[in-house]
Design a protein around this ligand. Structure first.
Ligand code: HEM
Length: 773
């Protein structure tokens, strides 16, 4: 912990309170957090990423990796407090609740293992992709009717007239709540939010308790009705039917509790997310217009809205044992507020994290839906609704504008969205008045991962220069000269090399000046055994040409806290190393560069390296008898030294062998551009089973599908990024079986242990693997 400390009455550390002044001053119930929780805690993410908040009595966790790690481990960090009242109630309010028989208990989101997973599994079917497709027409019709009602008015509160109302009706239909019963739900839902995640004053608590008590009884009454006729398509009817088969898994207490909590889970979250999304886009007019012009961007834009301005800002867990988070000791019983809003804008994970970019490839890695065993079951329904709302509004009201207004939020830690969103437009300019055909256009909804090709950016080649034998430096700019997403050293872009119907995607490290926000520069070697990518680039890189580009993404980040950096490059591997060297220099770090090539004329960027990095640069030209001796150069890798390398496979292998004797296991960082290891050739692959220990499922992986693909088909959530075995995001723990490792992420020791695998490319040697999923 850092920062100055306040000293009195520490409940955590008797030997002296470690709470800094800023931590002591933090409140999630004030305007700053309510308006933008991500920004309100940005200071903590940078200076004190895990801190104790005396106001809450919680540890607050703010970095992406830490928040994800807490979500991932639902045994050490139990979700049992997820629906607990964050503000203890006064006796009078408790009595009011008791008078209604209020007994909110375990649902799914606050259930521990081993009870949770069997229940989730038994109740999952209505959330699967085939079941959701059945709901699409209903959502579309409701969205359309909502817009029909105000399209000629010229001004409306979008929350009241559409973004609150439609998700409410969809949620009720999804759950199977009879529509005549939805009258008082708005008041009830707000009361539940304040009761669970808010800080009501004592006098307010009694009023809230009455509303929550009524909500509880209402839920019981609706459930009774459903029990009388459980034949409908709703999730609650389905649950009642499943109870008959699994009475110990789907209990009465569960059904009553989920009847109430499920309404809020399915409705408030989505309504807020929709209002946040439209507000965010209209505040960035050019982004709104981009979606109007390119509706195929909408599925990814929805992910970016959820990342940048999600509707669940923070979630809760409690430690079940003494443990640590981000290096901070956490005692058994300590409560954690894990702030997705801050994690989602962590620059350690997202390049140019503050920027809202509907083309961001990693947008879907946000934590707004949680992560791991409890990850939101309704996420694909929510995504479908959000996509349809944006499609409907951008098509029918592209000229929509925000009215100037003060946005109000219900003060609480977790649920976030403006209570009203006033917008206006000129009905005379409504596209459907001039061309009724616009109403017939139907944009597809994406369930699952948005299409990568839809989000590529058309960039113009503005400069091409030969910088070594067979190497060109290429400068790419936006055609309209707009600034590009910023990047940090180690980042790369993906270039789509389009040849007829065939699209080959190739990664190239950025190597221009990182402070130039108007261009990306890459260096490309014409490979002799090119699979087509580098040849395509060399043939097509002429000034004025258009390249389709995605990214930047970064799997090769520099550790800015390292005491000493050794940067090793072989051949064209100099491109990311050059960017690292520039950054190390600008940060005043201790670094050295070792750059090996065949001969000086084959070594790109030598002049720039010499002039910018002087005697930090060591070059080795083998044709001139001067070979890079890695063992000698790396003879003295002490603790605190980090080695970053990019180059041919044999160089990487030699480095991996050397790294086995270094004091810190993770000191070697290697950039791999691409890997053919994961490419599937069904004619030589065999099918095998993956047994999922947590989910209790056995899935068959056919020869033409990856494990990742098979998991996704069965609604098992797993993150992924590069899908080539390069980045490590789709890792799964392996409990048994002989893994055929095909990634380049795991080192030799990890491979031999067979305890982890990259599901995007690795397979089984035998006919069965057991994964802890
Ligand atoms: C769980 C967010 C929409 C049903 C969760 C969790 C979060 C969340 C943060 C806890 C995850 C964890 O502990 O790892 C959201 C957001 C939504 C949304 C941001 C909209 C944008 C929905 C919808 C439904 C739903 C529409 C139902 C139709 C559930 C259920 C769980 C859950 C049943 C419990 C899953 C479990 O514990 O196994 N959601 N949710 N959610 N959500 Fe959502």
């Amino acid at each position: 912990m850092t920062g100055e400390s306040v000293t009195q009455g520490c409940p955590v550390t008797p030997q002296g309170c470690p709470v800094s002044d800023r931590a002591a001053a933090f409140t999630p119930f004030g305007d700053e957090y309510q308006h933008d929780p991500g920004a309100a805690l940005a200071w903590a993410r940078e200076e004190e990423p895990v801190f104790y908040s005396p106001e809450l009595g919680y540890w607050v966790v703010t970095r992406y990796e830490d928040v994800k790690a807490v979500f991932r481990d639902n045994i050490t960090f139990s979700p049992s407090i997820a629906l607990e009242k964050i503000t203890p109630t006064i006796t009078e309010a408790d009595e009011v609740l008791r008078s209604y028989g209020y007994a909110m208990n375990r649902t799914l989101v606050n259930e521990d293992e081993p009870e949770h997973m069997p229940r989730r599994r038994v109740l999952m079917e209505p959330f699967t992709a085939p079941a959701l497709v059945e709901r699409e027409d209903m959502v579309r019709r409701m969205a359309r009717e909502a817009v029909d009602a105000f399209v000629d008015d010229g001004e409306v509160d979008l929350v009241t007239e559409m973004l609150y109302q439609v998700p409410l009706t969809v949620a009720m239909r999804f759950l199977g709540v009879p529509e005549e019963d939805i009258g008082p739900l708005k008041e009830y839902s707000v009361a539940h939010t304040v009761n669970t995640w808010g800080r009501p004053k004592p006098e307010e608590q009694v009023r809230v308790a009455h509303a929550v008590g009524n909500f509880w009884q209402y839920a019981g009454h609706v459930l009774d009705k459903i029990r009388q006729d459980p034949s409908g398509p709703g999730w609650m009817q389905y649950s009642v039917r499943r109870q008959a088969e699994h009475p110990d898994v789907v209990t009465d207490s569960y059904l009553h509790s989920i009847m109430m909590a499920g309404i809020v889970a399915a409705h408030e979250t989505t309504a807020h997310a929709a209002a946040n999304a439209v507000k965010l886009l209209l505040e960035r007019r050019e982004r709104w217009e981009e979606l109007c012009a390119h509706p195929a961007l909408i599925p990814n834009a929805v992910e970016e809205c959820l990342r940048h301005s999600g509707s669940v800002a923070a979630w809760r867990r409690v430690a079940t044992t003494d443990t640590e988070v981000g290096g901070v000791p956490i005692a058994e019983g300590a409560k954690l507020l894990i702030v997705q809003a801050t994690a989602n804008r962590d620059p350690r994970h997202f390049e140019d994290a503050e920027r809202f970019d509907p083309r961001r490839e990693s947008a879907g890695e946000h934590l707004t839906f949680g992560y791991g065993a409890h990850q939101c079951m309704g996420k694909n329904l929510a995504r479908m609704e959000l996509q349809i709302f944006l499609q409907e509004l951008t098509t029918r009201l592209p000229h929509l504008e925000l009215v100037e207004q003060d946005f109000q939020y219900v003060p609480n830690t977790s649920f976030r969205g403006p209570e009203h969103l006033r917008v206006r437009w000129d009905p005379a300019r409504n596209p459907e008045r001039h061309d009724p055909q616009v109403l017939n256009v139907r944009h597809p909804v994406t369930i699952g991962e948005p299409s990568k090709h839809a989000i590529s950016r058309a960039m113009t080649v503005t400069h091409v220069e030969r910088v070594a034998e067979r190497v060109v430096r290429i400068r790419l700019e936006e055609p309209d000269g707009k600034p590009l997403p910023a990047w940090t050293s180690g980042a790369h872009i993906d270039v789509d090399c389009v040849d007829g119907d065939e699209v080959l995607t190739r990664q190239f490290s950025l190597c221009g000046p990182a402070e130039d926000h108007h261009a990306y520069e890459i260096g490309v070697l014409l490979e002799t055994d090119s699979r087509g990518g580098s040849r395509w680039v060399h043939e097509n890189a002429v000034e004025g040409a258009t390249f389709h580009v995605r990214g930047p993404r970064n799997h090769f980040r520099l550790d800015a806290d390292a005491e000493r950096l050794v940067l090793v490059a072989g051949g064209i591997g100099i491109t990311p190393v050059l960017a690292h060297a520039d950054r190390a220099k600008s940060m005043g770090l201790d670094y050295e560069i070792h750059y090996a090539g065949r001969a000086a004329e084959h070594m790109a960027f030598l002049d720039r390296l010499r002039s910018d990095h002087g005697d930090r640069l060591h070059t080795y030209a083998s044709a001139e008898g001067h070979r890079l001796d890695l063992a000698r150069v790396l003879a003295d890798v002490r603790a605190g030294t980090q080695v970053y390398a990019c180059g041919p496979d044999r160089m990487v292998q030699a480095l991996e062998e050397l790294a086995e004797s270094w004091p810190e296991p993770g000191a070697l960082h290697v950039e791999h551009f691409s890997s053919a290891l994961g490419a599937l050739d069904p004619s030589i692959e065999h099918a095998f089973d993956v047994v999922l220990s947590d989910s209790g499922l056995t899935l068959r992986v056919p020869p033409d599908k990856t494990v990742l693909h098979t998991l996704r088909e069965h609604n098992i959530d797993i993150q992924s990024d590069c899908e080539e075995g390069l980045c490590g995001s789709c890792e799964a723990p392996v409990l048994a079986g002989d893994v055929d490792h095909r990634d380049v992420v795991l080192g030799r020791g990890d491979r031999a242990a067979h305890s982890r695998m990259m599901t995007c490319c690795s397979r089984a040697h035998g006919d069965r693997l057991v994964l802890q999923l």
